[in-house]
Design a binder for this molecule. Structure first.
Ligand code: HAM
Length: 410
């Protein structure tokens, strides 16, 4: 039957049993975050549009593809397309930077980008991410990458590649932009139409192009490595040797600049090994100047975000069985109050209960219970009979305590 209403293009329902899978995966990510001593942050779904335009960058796809509008009181607001800018806003606005110099936060949330939907690319999607404020040391970079790698391992996502780069300071980036512009101008005619447009607005973004005709030109483009200072080069080597020691495999990707304006220093992305277009599971890097740019004190920071949908597609995590402990079978309205009282007590004692409110025949309820993978059936008529579905053992119990004793001995 065709539904009278359809979901909005690029959005998805998550239905059972997938919701259980999501919950288990979310729980794994909550637990790992807490093991690494990160605390959860939640921010509103809407923010001022200029929070993203000014800080993620006017010319970035993320800013251009926002769901943004003017509300009834003429405020420009947007559904959040990413979380780094809102977390920085909250970090400054709440004064967190004063009380918590080494501040480590994580989130699982929904984001909105008005991109062309395709497999792995949605208009509403979910991210798990972390942001670590207050340390400029390379050890902080190692910790963040170790956390990303631990999460993917815990979700049984095996075939991945960590691409890593150092894009230096904003000064280096400006010099690199000039170098790249010069190089691409020499090759303008061979570039795709999209890259020709970007050449004037955001030449660095050409490096992210997936267009076939751009690939050879990108391969031969100058890398930022040549422009790094000695300290930046040394830090990068320390980072790589730590990853070696942790047995975290990586590929140096000298053209990995990431599509958001706030990055400097270490940038990284974790992709699947397939070369399909939406293969990035996770992306992040340093943004040491963003807090100050947004009005806070100078504060180094680094983080990453991973797409939940993409991780779930790649995960080999095995979902736990959804076993019901006790199925309450009752087909006489007279006994329903007694059933509810038992249900209430069972739930208070941590049992998982299913009560058939449709009043099917006991025979049909038994069939239904077996289909639902139930351990015990409690038939409530003038007596109460508890049956163990596997062993077929059954006893008549006179009160809840006797029922509990029976369940505990099984
Ligand atoms: P991002 O690279 O834009 O970074 O997004 C991170 C991840 O979110 C991507 O690797 C991808 O898995 C997922 N993702 C992005 N867009 C979509 C989409 N339309 N549909 C499905 N999944 C998507 C950021 O958002 C930065 N805020 C990450 C960060 C945190 N950097 C520092 N801290």
């Amino acid at each position: 039957m065709k539904s009278k209403y359809q979901k909005i293009k690029g959005t998805f329902d998550i239905l059972p049993p997938d919701t259980r899978l999501w919950k288990e995966i979310e729980n794994i990510l909550h637990n790992i975050s807490q093991q690494f001593s990160y605390e959860e942050i939640r921010t509103p779904s809407v923010e001022s549009t200029n929070l993203f335009q000014q800080n993620v960058g006017y010319e970035t796809d993320v800013s251009k593809e926002m769901f943004a509008w003017e509300d009834q009181s003429k405020q420009q607001i947007a559904l959040k397309p990413e979380m780094t800018a809102p977390v920085v806003r909250a970090y400054i606005e709440s004064g967190f930077f004063r009380s918590n110099p080494l501040c480590r936060l994580y989130y699982i949330d929904s984001f909105f980008r008005r991109e062309k939907p395709q497999k792995g690319r949605q208009r509403q999607f979910n991210q798990f991410g972390i942001e670590a404020f207050g340390s400029s040391s390379v050890e902080q970079d190692v910790e963040v990458i170790l956390m990303a790698s631990t999460c993917l391992k815990a979700l049984s996502i095996n075939e991945t590649i960590l691409h890593i780069n150092n894009i230096g300071s904003p000064d280096t980036r400006t010099k690199y932009e000039q170098l790249l512009t010069k190089y691409f101008l020499q090759n303008t005619k061979a570039l795709s139409n999209l890259s020709q447009k970007r050449l004037h607005s955001n030449p660095i973004r050409i490096l992210d192009s997936k267009e076939k005709e751009d690939q050879l030109i990108i391969q031969n483009a100058p890398t930022i490595k040549e422009l790094l200072t000695n300290t930046e080069k040394t830090d990068f080597n320390v980072l790589l040797s730590n990853l070696d020691a942790l047995n975290i495999k990586y590929e140096e990707s000298p053209h990995l600049v990431r599509g958001l304006d706030y990055y400097n220093g270490t940038t990284f992305e974790i992709t699947t090994k397939s070369d399909k277009s939406q293969n990035a599971l996770c992306g992040g890097g340093r943004y040491d100047f963003l807090v100050e740019q947004m009005g806070g004190p100078p504060t180094p920071a680094i983080g990453f975000a991973a797409g939940m949908e993409r991780m779930i597609i790649e995960s080999n995590h095995e979902m736990q069985k959804n076993n019901i402990d006790v199925y309450i079978s009752c087909n006489d309205l007279k006994n329903s109050t007694k059933c509810f009282s038992i249900m209430q007590h069972l739930i208070e004692n941590d049992y998982k209960v299913f009560f058939d409110t449709n009043k099917k025949s006991v025979k049909n309820q038994m069939k239904d219970a077996i289909k639902r993978n139930v351990s015990f059936v409690l038939v409530v008529d003038k007596n109460m009979t508890i049956k163990n579905i596997k062993s077929h053992e059954e006893v008549v119990v006179s009160d809840f305590q006797q029922l509990l004793n029976f369940l505990k001995t099984q």
